[in-house]
Write a protein that binds this ligand. Structure first.
Ligand code: PHE
Length: 346
């Protein structure tokens, strides 16, 4: 009982003194163990009561010493204190990659126009990348996109496995899965396919062996070129500003007929002509066209009943234009000085 009363008055000024207290009371030869030795001599009928007292004493001393120790560490540690419970500063906030920012923006705009996302494999077969897209087996158009082959079949190109060179392969997969046996659509197709694509090109400031695309596809009854033009105009205005103008120039793609390339009025000079648009007033941003009936038939859709349009753009290209990135390699170097510049855009 006497010891119990002392406990609360135990004091220590520093860690050393705390340690002394611990040795005095709690160590092997400390006072508590001395008490335990005497325990043997306690008459049996008092053992229970005394035992409880000793346990209480031990608990109180341990608590007191721990409290003293804690008080000492907080006091002693000055500015260099390591408080493991505190939040570490400064917090290094990551930034979204510029290509992700722009891809999301593109997805956002088309989502609002009713397009839904579609996804597919990056390692693809020839069938979906080329054959279904109306590239004949010996057609020179196959050379348009320098392809990385994973495996090449000796006498059947459609069995080749390759890294997809455009995300049109995803469109092929969507079309295959959206019709009945007699070529009727199970519903209108309105998808955008964002993703990474690969082409066998030397890596320079202006070309890379991979880049990112967003392609779009709309198939239904009576889809016309006018629909395509309006959707692309809306996109250009949302992406580059409300007074952006577009122009379509005739072009060629195996999977669209007619095909076009779309330019937007230069958003630097507003179409007057400046160094940025090489004094033409226009900058090219995407390819598009009406889905070739052969593509529809290849994918099992009745081309007499349905028509559609498709478009495809390079995300790097759009990002370069919007943010004036001059070297494509920056996108895959992960230099944080470059990436941090996009913090505000996110
Ligand atoms: N697939 C084309 C490419 O990779 C882009 C495109 C898509 C063009 C759809 C027209 C229509 O270059």
């Amino acid at each position: 009982n006497e010891l119990l009363q002392q406990v609360d008055s135990l004091e220590a000024k520093n860690a050393e003194e705390v340690e002394k207290l611990r040795l005095k009371y709690l160590s092997k030869n400390g006072e508590l163990n001395e008490l335990m030795k005497d325990f043997r001599n306690v008459p049996a009928e008092q053992k229970k009561e005394v035992g409880m007292k000793i346990n209480e004493l031990k608990q109180r001393i341990t608590d007191r010493i721990n409290a003293l120790r804690e008080a000492c560490t907080t006091q002693e540690s000055g500015d260099e204190a390591i408080d493991l419970t505190r939040t570490p500063y400064p917090i290094q906030l990551g930034t979204r990659h510029p290509l992700t920012i722009v891809t999301n923006e593109i997805i956002d705009i088309f989502s609002r126009m009713g397009f839904v996302l579609a996804d597919g494999p990056e390692v693809e077969d020839d069938l979906h990348v080329f054959t279904r897209m109306n590239f004949a087996a010996d057609h020179p158009a196959r050379d348009m996109q320098d392809t990385f082959f994973v495996s090449q079949h000796p006498n059947d190109v459609t069995k080749n496995i390759l890294l997809r060179s455009h995300t049109s392969s995803v469109q092929a997969r969507v079309m295959e899965n959206m019709h009945t046996e007699d070529g009727k659509l199970t519903g209108p197709i309105r998808v955008i396919c964002p993703g990474r694509v690969y082409r066998n090109e030397a890596i320079t400031a202006r070309a890379h062996c991979f880049f990112h695309q967003v392609e779009g596809l709309y198939i239904d009854k009576n889809v016309s070129f006018t629909d395509l033009k309006q959707v692309l105009l809306s996109f250009a205005r949302e992406m580059f500003g409300a007074d952006t103008k577009i122009r379509l120039r005739p072009s060629y793609f195996p999977f669209t007929e007619p095909s076009a390339e779309m330019d937007i009025s230069c958003f630097i000079c507003g179409g007057e002509g400046c160094g940025f648009c090489k004094h033409t007033g226009w900058v090219e941003i995407l390819g598009c066209g009406m889905v070739d009936p052969n593509v529809l038939e290849q994918c099992g859709i009745d081309s007499k009943e349905y028509s559609g349009y498709a478009f495809g753009m390079g995300v790097e290209r759009i990002t370069n234009l919007k943010y004036r990135v001059s070297d494509l390699r920056m996108f895959s170097e992960n230099d944080t000085r470059f990436l941090e510049e996009f913090q505000a855009a996110d």
